[in-house]
Ligand binder design. Structure first.
Ligand SMILES: CC(C)(COP(=O)(O)OP(=O)(O)OC[C@H]1O[C@@H](n2cnc3c(N)ncnc32)[C@H](O)[C@@H]1OP(=O)(O)O)[C@@H](O)C(=O)NCCC(=O)NCCS
Length: 335
């Protein structure tokens, strides 16, 4: 049976480390408020003036992941790029990444699924691999949020949370009778809450996208109803964890490590409390990176591999919720 196996991981963070203290010089906020509400202590933003886009962050992580897998840029049969902050609105960042990688005319599929983009990417790679359509995939989650945020008091709720970064994994098909690789995945969406976290323009359902009123309302910046997102996350994430465990035929006790999307440390602690998970079975790094959206899970995975915190046979549960609202979980067993 064909199984989707992660052959390598990599991460890339831009050079500019921005502390909570730095933010207090840009807006009316405090280190204490940010730490208490979100757990974040620092984040990385692309330095002002750097002429790069999301695909450049993705490229850095991709090159390292390819090198670690021993793959040439031409080896992947497919590039899957998860981001909500493409270099250009059209086309998506996948095409920009394909060009920069220089591996030939490989298909480049964009996943525009915000904070669950990388999770959906794992499911897409699994489906492509199991079907036999491809043997090698480069899956990248990258976001460049700092360009899309107003770093002022008016938008301080989002400006203190979101950050830049990229993570990449090389995934290969392996023929084996063992139950390893991506074991199960479950996803949901509830578009009723689409306006809980959204950027209004340049897309419009009617009227001219660059309408002066909309520009005056700053609809090109993210709007977030933090309380709704928070409430939905603490309800939906434990539910979907149960669903994906049942689908994989596993109990919570079989999980060696939970890697949640890094939206907010309080959300992840509420999840841990609800499931009564021991502290060492959940991995958080939002303290250092903030919320890098599509990149949080592959960055965390890369750190876990680097710190040798996972071993063959371990079951890892990835979960996340984000704009849409969309949420889901994936279980991966290390070969
Ligand atoms: C955003 C979030 C941290 C806000 O925390 P909260 O406890 O809900 O805070 P509120 O929005 O009710 O705001 C409380 C007060 O803090 C203020 N505030 C908001 N952002 C602030 C900041 N960065 N610094 C200081 N004060 C801030 C508000 O203006 C408000 O002031 P008021 O009481 O005078 O009106 C929280 O709702 C959250 O984490 N939600 C989930 C967000 C998320 O996960 N997003 C990513 C999804 S992928």
């Amino acid at each position: 049976m064909k199984r989707a196996i992660i052959k390598s991981t990599a991460r890339y963070l831009p050079a500019n480390r921005v502390t909570n203290e730095d933010l207090t010089h840009m807006m009316d906020t405090t280190d204490e408020w940010i730490r208490q509400r979100t757990g974040i202590e620092a984040r990385y933003w692309v330095p002002d003036g750097d002429d790069v886009g999301t695909s450049d962050l993705a490229l850095e992580a991709s090159r390292v992941a390819l090198g670690r897998a021993g793959w040439a840029p031409s080896d992947p049969d497919l590039i899957v790029m998860a981001t909500m902050t493409s270099d250009t609105y059209i086309p998506g960042a996948g095409a920009h990444l394909q060009d920069k990688l220089g591996g030939g005319y490989k298909p480049a599929l964009d996943i525009r699924q915000q904070c669950t983009g990388f999770l959906h990417g794992l499911e897409v790679c699994d489906a492509y691999i199991r079907s036999g359509l491809v043997r090698k995939v480069l899956l990248v989650g990258a976001d460049y949020q700092s360009r899309f945020m107003e770093k002022t008091t008016a938008n301080r709720d989002t400006a203190v949370i979101f950050a830049d970064g990229a993570g990449a994994v090389c995934i290969a098909a392996e023929e084996t009778d063992a139950a390893v690789g991506i074991l199960a995945s479950v996803f949901h969406a509830d578009g009723k809450h689409a306006n809980a976290l959204q950027v209004g323009i340049p897309a419009r359902k009617s009227g001219y996208a660059m309408d002066p009123d909309m520009l005056a309302n700053r609809e090109y910046f993210p709007y977030m109803d933090g309380r709704t997102v928070f409430k939905m996350a603490v309800t939906r994430l434990p539910e979907v964890a149960g669903e994906v465990l049942a689908k994989a035929g596993l109990e919570l006790a079989d999980i060696d490590m939970v890697v949640p999307h890094q939206a907010n440390l309080r959300i992840n602690e509420a999840f841990r409390d609800r499931l009564k998970l021991p502290e060492e079975k959940i991995y958080n790094n939002i303290q250092e990176y903030g919320n890098t959206t599509s990149a949080t899970i592959p960055i965390a995975m890369d750190e876990l591999m680097e710190k040798k915190m996972l071993k063959p046979g371990d079951n890892v549960l990835f979960i996340g919720l984000g704009a849409g609202l969309t949420w889901g979980g994936v279980i991966y067993r290390l070969p």
